[in-house]
Design a protein around this ligand. Structure first.
Ligand SMILES: [Zn+2]
Length: 206
């Protein structure tokens, strides 16, 4: 259901996304870049970020990765570790669907900022504010997020490039993955937690 819905989706945002995807469609035939990431999933992530993903690889444990350039080995290991922790907690909650590394595609996008308001290293991506407008998250029409779900099936999300703080990468991966695990295993809980403007924060699963 609802392909293209993302965690802070709104009617206006979805409409603009649909327009962006329509604009991308004519060129997609010429962009056979990676068998591991299908064109629609790629187009969605590129529409969210404005990035163009040209480098495709897999983590040691088989998660699919699309990036702007070759990711560091530490980055790939951090993604694996975040997913492994997510799956461990998911199993503890009795969930069984989409708990393989190969079920996930991680897009490593350009960081729209590298430090948060407190000056701490915090590579984040900027996304349209939607219903976060006017909230504490609102930075003036957009919000900074550590990650964003870009596709539910296949499971895909975007995180920002990091130069260090691999533990943060693992946490971001685990947290974005929570939305996808809940979507596929517990739709009610997914609905209750997908929109952080109405409360709820990570980790959702304990
Ligand atoms: Zn979230």
């Amino acid at each position: 259901m609802k392909r293209g819905v993302k965690k802070i989706g709104s009617a206006g945002l979805l409409l603009s996304l649909a327009l962006s995807l329509a604009a991308l469609a004519p060129t997609s035939a010429a962009r056979q870049r990676a068998a591991s990431v299908d064109e629609r999933t790629l187009a969605q992530a590129e529409a969210y970020t404005g990035d163009r993903f040209d480098y495709f690889t897999e983590t040691p444990r088989g998660a699919h990765v699309a990036a702007l350039r070759r990711p560091r080995a530490e980055m790939l290991r951090a993604i694996d570790d975040g997913l492994a922790e997510l799956f461990r907690v998911a199993r503890r909650n009795g969930y069984g669907a989409r708990l393989n590394h190969s079920d996930y595609t991680v897009f490593i996008g350009r960081a729209d900022r590298t430090r948060n308001r407190d000056g701490q290293y915090s590579p984040d991506v900027a996304i349209g504010a939607a219903q976060y407008r006017g909230s504490v998250y609102d930075q003036g029409g957009y919000v900074y997020a550590a990650g964003i779900v870009s596709s539910f099936s296949p499971c895909a999300f975007v995180i920002a490039e990091h130069e260090s703080d691999w533990a943060r990468v693992s946490n971001v991966v685990r947290y974005e993955g929570e939305h996808l695990v809940l979507y596929h295993n517990d739709r009610r809980r997914y609905q209750q937690t997908y929109d952080h403007s109405r409360g709820g924060s990570h980790p959702i699963l304990q």
